[in-house]
Design a protein around this ligand. Structure first.
Ligand SMILES: [Ca+2]
Length: 329
């Protein structure tokens, strides 16, 4: 358990909301273990125009009228290596939030241009009195841009926690997971930097599941829980028509890796990303890294990020943690 006397872990969340992003962002906001200092939008599940709109609305809903909002930034509209982004509205709904976006407070009109994600990341890292964890819930375009543009800030990043990739499994293709496949060049840039990464991929997120009774409990917990459950409804309904009763948490597992790391089992690896234009594009290849001696840091592999690969999770405790966190908002 987290020591309640310890101060919350400072985090920045980069996201492409997204139904599972919604659960993840609100779990991060409602939990006592994290201090969300900023949120930034990236292209992904749907185009940036909509992820940015959704991020502003989700933030207004969770902060309420009286609360202090974290910094928000607008990031990349397209991947590093492609003219257009890869989007999946058939999964998340045309609005990206399962049809609930009109039930959220509208984004506030502003005469000035929105802050850029890169500037928001730099501002938070420059001002931080301790290293900040970056949680990446979408394609890695914004994170790779930060590492490329501001290598001087590397040491202020505690680690990069990625929902993405998999150990021999895919969902966008047999080989590739969506967040990596949506910008393989950016992903390879992150995995070739030396900032430590925690990789929360499909092999673990597929196992952290919920069914309708969990959604009913969430809906009864308060206004945010009700909206979160409603956002999941069309997706889980479509799956039930195919005889599948569960839905995976995906992005919220990466948030738990920052808030409740004891709920995940990890092993040290290095990761290479297939960024060729072939059938394996976006696949992640994991190589075991030597386990460090107790109390020692892993030996660095030149040109490769030290990666903690999450391969197992305390499923029920994790799902319960998400519901309890959203219920606190
Ligand atoms: Ca996402």
């Amino acid at each position: 358990m987290t020591d309640p006397a310890s101060s919350p872990v400072p985090v920045v969340i980069d996201t492409d909301p997204g139904i599972d992003d919604l659960l993840a962002i609100w779990a991060a906001w409602g939990c006592p273990e994290l201090e969300v200092r900023a949120l930034t939008a990236v292209h992904g599940n749907i185009p940036l125009e909509l992820t940015w709109r959704n991020l502003q609305r989700l933030t207004r809903q969770m902060v309420g009228d009286a609360g202090t909002a974290p910094l928000l930034g607008r990031g990349a509209a397209r991947p590093w290596g492609e003219a257009r982004g890869m989007h999946v509205p058939e999964i998340h709904g045309r609005d990206g939030l399962g049809g609930i976006s009109e039930r959220l407070p509208p984004e506030q009109a502003s005469a000035s241009a929105p802050a850029r994600a890169l500037d928001v990341h730099a501002r938070i890292l420059e001002a931080a009195d301790e290293p900040v964890a970056l949680i990446a819930l979408g394609p890695l375009t914004n994170i790779a841009t930060l590492l490329a543009a501001r290598p001087d800030l590397r040491e202020r990043i505690a680690r990069i926690i990625i929902m993405g990739g998999g150990d021999g499994v895919g969902n966008t293709s047999p080989a590739a997971e969506f967040n990596i496949a949506a910008d393989p060049e950016a992903a390879e840039r992150v995995f070739t930097d030396e900032v430590p990464v925690t990789m929360v991929g499909l092999d673990v997120t597929h196992a952290v599941r919920f069914e309708r009774p969990w959604l009913a409990g969430l809906a009864a917990a308060g206004p945010c829980g009700q909206l979160a459950a409603a956002a999941c409804e069309p997706y889980i309904g479509r799956r039930e028509q195919r005889g599948i009763r569960w839905m995976a948490l995906h992005d919220a597992v990466a948030v738990a890796a920052a808030a409740r790391p004891e709920l995940l089992e990890t092993r040290p690896v290095t990761v290479e990303v297939d960024h060729e234009h072939g059938p394996g594009r976006g696949a992640t290849f994991l190589s075991p890294a030597p386990s460090p001696a107790p109390g020692q840091d892993p030996a660095p592999v030149p040109g490769r990020a030290p990666v903690a690969h999450a391969h197992d999770a305390h499923d029920q405790a994790l799902v319960d943690w998400v519901a309890a966190s959203i219920a606190r908002i």
